[in-house]
Design a binder for this molecule. Structure first.
Ligand code: PRP
Length: 481
């Protein structure tokens, strides 16, 4: 027997009251999860938000679910009830057997039968979810669904408010920092990060990861280490999971007694879960680790002069692989000459060509600029081999005004290649003076001074493994590029 409209109305009133209270975001969501589960006579509920990249789900509040179920591993938005991402309500009748459930075995072990997923929408776009869980298989009525959609609307407002609060706080902290030093880096504005850290060092680590645009999840999985009969007697929950590196991280202080205990747990975890990649890190270790994975040059914490990272190493690599796939597909069965303009293109060219599944040859040109405004292009190094009758792909690191590319394209066309196309990693469209055709584009960049991954400022920064934005103070009066 479902509830009456009047009874749903009075529950919504209570939920609204909690949503408007001064409680923390977590407490508000825990309370809403409890009210929602009870209202629809379910056994559990959780309220989730998407991470900034919309790849993972982060639990903000929950009710009636075991710790082992809540921390069963990272929840991937594309694998776990994926249709919610498109704003749809999703009903799973049998969680143990449905391929839209990411961890069906855990659902079976924890006795979860049905799941109802409701999108939390902001201006029509999903930003999170409410999930309702039942032990007995059951259906949900139209009234249940419409009640939960109203709860989701309340959650959307709560999320938006928390995000605004977080942004204001970040902005305040960043302006305070700038006031103290004009060359200190500030953090990029992110979307909601509703994490309450157990320790300040964890928050520092998260900030460092944010600076390098490395995606992270806080405590997404608990690993049972010891059982007494059927019951779990000991568990271990690593602090972070870095999905791009498939790596769990446990941070540690240098207190010897804690270190010994953590080492023991890690040994046990590795023995029980040999496929899991986990590292115990102290502060100096994690800087070294970032360097190892190509995130910080020479293990420095932050790069002097770089205001923020625009594209991480991993993101660039993913995009380069996609571009290479498209190029390989378009030129199937043909040979290709890649032509690069020195020097900015070196990193991009080196990575791109390794992922092309075609026979390719390479050639390079060098140019200089002259004239009072530096806008006249002169070739200082021409091609080594003839391109007449060949398929040519011009590879560029960045197209800015388009003057360089325009000049080079007309120069190359004069040699009558069979075809001539352009692939650029970055497209700074906002500063375009000449219309040039771009066939493959990695990223469209904002009108700011970008460095790294081959791009320089006064000859430096080319060796950074990521692309960052230079601090405005550093480049005052310099022509952006
Ligand atoms: C960059 C880039 C392009 C050019 C694009 O070279 O490699 O060739 O600028 O600018 P435009 O669209 O305004 O013509 P840069 O002059 O910085 O030399 P580099 O490659 O040696 O870094």
């Amino acid at each position: 027997m479902g509830r009456s409209r009047a009874s749903y109305y009075s529950i919504l009133k209570q939920i609204n009251k909690v949503a408007n209270s001064a409680l923390s975001l977590k407490k508000i969501c825990n309370s809403i999860a409890k009210s929602a589960a009870k209202a629809v006579q379910a056994n559990g509920c959780r309220i989730l938000s998407f991470n900034p990249q919309k790849e993972y789900l982060i639990t903000i509040g929950a009710y009636g679910l075991s710790d082992i179920y809540l921390k069963k591993g990272p929840l991937d938005v594309h694998k776990s009830l994926p249709d919610i991402l498109d704003g749809k309500v999703v009903f799973i009748a049998n969680a143990a057997k449905d391929e839209r459930v990411q961890y069906p075995k855990v659902a079976l072990a924890q006795g979860i039968s049905s799941i109802l997923g409701i999108p939390v929408l902001e201006k029509g776009e999903a930003i999170g979810e409410i999930r309702i869980y039942t032990r007995e298989p059951r259906q949900f009525s139209e009234a249940d669904r419409s009640f939960l959609l109203s709860v989701a609307d309340i959650c959307a407002v709560i999320f938006e408010r928390a995000e605004l609060h977080q942004l204001l706080e970040q902005d305040y902290k960043a302006s305070e920092k700038r006031r103290k030093s004009s060359r200190v880096s500030s953090l990029p504005a992110t979307t909601l990060r509703p994490t309450s850290f157990a320790h300040p060092s964890e928050e520092d680590f998260a900030k460092l990861l944010d600076f390098y645009c490395i995606e992270w999840l806080y405590e997404p999985r608990s690993f049972p280490l010891r059982w007494e009969g059927d019951k779990i007697a000991e568990m271990f929950t690593p602090d972070f999971y870095l999905p791009e590196l498939d790596l769990y991280i446990e941070l540690t202080t240098l207190k010897q007694n804690l270190l010994t205990e953590k080492n023991r747990k890690l040994r046990q975890l590795r023995a029980l879960y040999p496929e899991v990649n986990i590292r115990l890190l102290n502060k100096s270790d994690f800087l070294k680790l970032l360097a190892k994975y190509g995130y910080g040059p020479l293990g420095e914490a932050k790069v002097e002069g770089v205001d923020r990272v625009l594209y991480s190493h991993a993101k660039i690599q993913r995009r380069v692989r996609t571009l290479a796939r498209h190029i390989s597909r378009d030129y199937t069965g043909q040979r290709l000459v890649l032509v690069g303009i020195l020097k900015g293109v070196v990193c991009f060219m080196a990575d791109l060509m390794q992922h092309l599944s075609l026979p390719v040859t390479l050639d390079f040109m060098a140019i200089s600029y002259y004239g009072s405004d530096g806008q006249v292009v002169k070739i200082t190094r021409d091609l080594d081999s003839s391109i007449t009758g060949q398929h040519v792909l011009m590879v560029e690191d960045i197209v800015d005004t388009g003057m360089t590319l325009n000049y080079i394209l007309s120069h190359l066309s004069a040699h009558n290649p069979a075809s001539l196309r352009v692939c650029t990693l970055l497209d700074k469209r906002a500063r375009r003076l000449v219309n040039v055709p771009l066939d493959y584009v990695g990223f469209e960049v904002p009108d700011e001074f970008v460095v790294g991954y081959g791009l320089d400022y006064k000859g430096e920064y080319r060796n950074l493994p990521f692309i960052g934005i230079l601090h405005p103070e550093l480049i005052k009066g310099t022509k952006p590029r």
